[in-house]
Ligand binder design. Structure first.
Ligand SMILES: [Zn+2]
Length: 122
């Protein structure tokens, strides 16, 4: 009885068993998996939001361009036409590497990566 107690004490003094370490590593792995999924979803969501804001800026620039140049609904501006109405005179770029199609004044600009449903501008 005394020897058994002594053996238990000796084993406890050396630290954790392999099974205990594996359980801890498995739990850490699961937590990291959940965190990675959440972060990647947040990154994807914010890229979509930035792209929507860029399209909105393009739409506003299209409206200013058509007002200044007395253009109609079916006229289409070029990137250079819109640059003067955009921040820092730079045409926006999609954070996911998509390209913007400006479209005519009565059709909303679209991104090649982020599917943006075409809705007529008011
Ligand atoms: Zn985009």
């Amino acid at each position: 009885m005394k020897m058994k107690l002594q053996a238990t004490r000796n084993r406890r003094q050396f630290g954790f068993t392999l099974v205990e370490i594996m359980v801890v590593i498995a739990i850490i792995g699961m937590l990291m998996g959940v965190a990675t999924l959440g972060i990647s979803h947040a990154i994807k969501s914010s890229k979509q939001n930035i792209c929507n804001m860029n399209i909105e800026a393009i739409e506003q620039a299209k409206q200013m361009w058509s007002l200044e140049n007395k253009k109609g609904d079916n006229d289409t501006a070029g990137e250079d036409d819109l640059k003067v109405h955009l921040k820092n005179s730079v045409f926006p770029t999609c954070p996911s590497g998509g390209t913007y199609t400006i479209n005519a004044n009565n059709v909303r600009a679209t991104c090649s990566v982020h599917a943006q449903t075409a809705a007529a501008t008011p």
